[in-house]
Design a protein around this ligand. Sequence first.
Ligand code: S3P
Length: 167
Amino acid sequence: MTVRNIVLVGFMGTGKSTVGKKLAERLGWSFCDSDAVLEEVQQTSIPEIFRDYGEARFRALETETLAHILDSEGQVVATGGGAVLAESNRICMLQHGFVVALNATAETIIQRVSSDTNRPLLQGNLEERVHTLMEQRKHAYDFAHTSIDTTDLSEDEIADRIIQQAA
Ligand code: S3P
């Protein structure tokens, strides 16, 4: 594997963290979840950051966190679904790793996130929020080196494809 890092991007609920852990295990690399690192460094949770300081502050912290993480090598990095919205983050990801977009249908995403109350941007009517955000972000993940439709694939199959494509 000649790539420095593998960076997983995609909408909330596309499986970045579960696939990322599996992939890291298979490669013998470390796994890093940028949201988890941000929460650890800030000693608080993402919903609390949104509530107390707003989304703009969260985005600034997200950019700082990503830049810090991507300074190292040999990691599979799962990013937050909105990390791709800032051009500087996209450039940073492309410069420091092989960027893989995971795609899933709105139905799959709604099913996966329905029991989770930890996502500030999905509060309220879940179906409506997912459809609106997916529409707003429909091209947001196009910059990735490659993309994988995860709909009918197991985590192992997704990891296999990423390994083949990153080689
Ligand atoms: C967000 C996705 C979340 C988290 C935050 C904002 C987004 O991460 O970063 O709630 O804007 O799509 P996951 O994609 O891991 O849920």
